[in-house]
Design a protein around this ligand. Structure first.
Ligand SMILES: [Zn+2]
Length: 531
């Protein structure tokens, strides 16, 4: 049986731009539009031409995109003609493949917000769709507050939608603008709409105010709607819009949908979804949601020992889809609750061969448990775990030895009469027969220690080029009678690889030193430095 097409409409650049703390530049918008095109999105809504300088510039010329770039704006204002409305003129003149109008579909809003009559609102919809069609654009209408409007006055809500369809709008999009409608209501109301307007002309625009925007989108599809609007990572004002990053894999991988429908996203594009989702967060300078379905770092992570042993035998036993299909990775967490099978699976992942009954595996597990009780977090510090494992199995050489370090923090008044804090670190290192002393200043004790430590490592110095610390996190743990400090350091090298190391001590400098040492030694192991 031929599969029906579902069209995906992304509004990250328009509705998603309403997210608290998100402010897209023109460069951001263009980069995200290209990401969406690669993902196989049918329509990319860019913004409101004429509403702000960024969007006006965005729509001033062609952007070289194959996806249908869509401009958003209001239908003509009540009491004006379509040819005498400057806002509408800007929208019609924008370089866009499609125009998405927004209009009220709730009579209460027509009266109170628009202060016009039901008839004039419908005339405005008809005139605007007609004007955009005359300009050769593909046209759609977002019916604002459609579901609340339908519950209050079904005949009027429906007549707004029908007016657009009758004038030749390609899509009539039913919006749950306040986000409070529940899936069974969506299914019932969309079911009623598709009796009047064919489902392959009906879209759904859901907001996440009851955490059901994705479920509501699927409810609309079950009832017959064939366009889904949403955003990347569920961006959007308040609780966000329907998350396309969750919707796309469900459409592609769940037989209930995959057998009946097809979308523009290829298997190859799906396999880059995790990367795309993280790239967006990176651009927004915010941490990715570890627990995001499909693409989160924890989406395929297992902790308990019994699950890990089953996963090692047959991954499908504890995974609803294959992590690689969405570009994610299976992860077995090595933690206090770890069993032997977690450790074995993790060792295999990092490329260390070990037999199940090797006594050193039991020893490693004991050390992990012991150290986690002291505050070490190997789950978060993959590189420290790998070093611990390699050391327990006897494969990490002693590259160098730090015989002494000294960190001095001094506050004083400088020559200009300003109060300044100066930090200086001195590190004594033995590399083979060589004894080296390095000193460095830093903006704080950890920075000074790091700079001094990496300043001169003799024959290993060449491996340090390109190594940078990208994150430093400190946490005070209250275990037992005294507080201890846990430091997590994230490092990166010029190959783009990132790794995290951990240190724990009652003293923050000592904890930082442990994590720094692990990071440097890990880099040497990784680079294949000779002993
Ligand atoms: Zn919206």
């Amino acid at each position: 049986m031929p599969r029906e097409r579902i069209y995906l409409f992304d509004t990250t650049l328009r509705d998603g731009a309403q997210t608290n703390g998100v402010d897209f530049t023109l460069a951001d918008k263009l980069a995200i539009a290209h990401m969406l095109e690669e993902l196989g999105i049918d329509y990319v809504e860019g913004g409101y031409p004429g509403a702000n300088p960024t969007d006006t510039e965005l729509f001033a010329a062609d952007r070289g995109l194959k996806t249908k770039f869509t401009a958003f704006g209001m239908t003509r204002r009540p009491g004006r003609s379509a040819s005498n409305d400057p806002g509408l003129a800007l929208l019609l003149d924008a370089h866009a493949d499609a125009i998405c109008f927004v209009a009220k579909a709730w009579d209460y809003h027509v009266r109170v917000a628009l202060e016009t009559t039901n008839e004039e609102n419908i005339a405005s919809i008809r005139d605007s769709v007609r004007a955009a069609k005359a300009k050769g654009r593909e046209v759609m209408l977002d019916c604002e507050h459609f579901f609340d409007g339908y519950k209050a006055n079904p005949a009027y809500a429906l007549s707004c939608a029908k007016a657009a369809y009758e004038e030749g709008a390609r899509w009539v999009v039913l919006c749950d603008t306040n986000g409070g409608t529940l899936p069974d209501e969506i299914e019932r109301i969309v079911g009623a709409v598709v009796k009047e307007i064919p489902g392959d002309h009906v879209g759904i625009h859901a907001h996440n105010d009851t955490e059901q925007a994705v479920a509501n989108s699927f409810a609309a599809v079950r009832a017959g709607a064939r366009q889904i609007q949403g955003t990347l990572n569920g961006l959007g004002e308040r609780c966000g819009n329907a998350n396309l990053v969750s919707i796309i894999p469900t459409l592609k991988l769940k037989p209930e949908y995959a057998d009946r429908f097809e979308i523009g996203t290829s298997d190859a594009a799906l396999a880059k979804l995790t990367q795309l989702s993280h790239a967006l967060d990176e651009r927004l300078n915010r941490a990715a949601n570890r627990h995001a379905p499909y693409v989160g770092e924890s989406a395929f992570a297992t902790k308990a020992g019994i699950h890990a042993s089953a996963i090692a035998k047959a991954p499908a036993t504890y995974e609803h889809v294959a992590p690689e299909s969405v570009g994610n990775k299976r992860k077995v967490l090595v933690s206090e609750q770890a069993g032997k099978s977690n450790v074995l699976t993790e060792l295999e992942r990092i490329g260390i061969k070990a037999e199940k009954d090797d006594p050193r595996i039991g020893r490693l597990l004991e050390i992990v448990k012991e150290r986690e009780a002291q505050g070490y977090a190997y789950e978060a510090a993959d590189a420290s775990f790998e070093l611990l494992a390699r050391r327990t199995l006897g494969t990490v050489p002693t590259y160098f030895d730090v015989t002494q370090f000294d960190v001095n923090v001094e506050q004083r008044i400088n020559a200009k009469g300003e109060r300044v804090t100066v930090t200086m670190a001195v590190v004594k290192v033995t590399v083979g027969d060589e004894r080296l002393i390095s000193a460095a200043e830093g903006n704080g004790p950890v920075n000074a220690l790091d700079v001094a430590l990496r300043k001169d490592l003799g024959k290993y110095q060449k491996y340090m080029a390109g190594l940078t610390l990208t994150d430093y996190r400190v946490r005070i743990l209250n275990g037992g009678t005294e507080a201890v400090t846990r430091v997590l350091i994230e490092s990166q090298d010029d190959t783009g690889d990132r790794w995290t190391t951990v240190g724990v001590s009652a003293n923050i400098i000592d904890a930082s030193f442990q994590a720094l040492m692990d990071s440097i030694v890990f880099k040497l192991v990784k680079s294949g430095a000779p002993a």
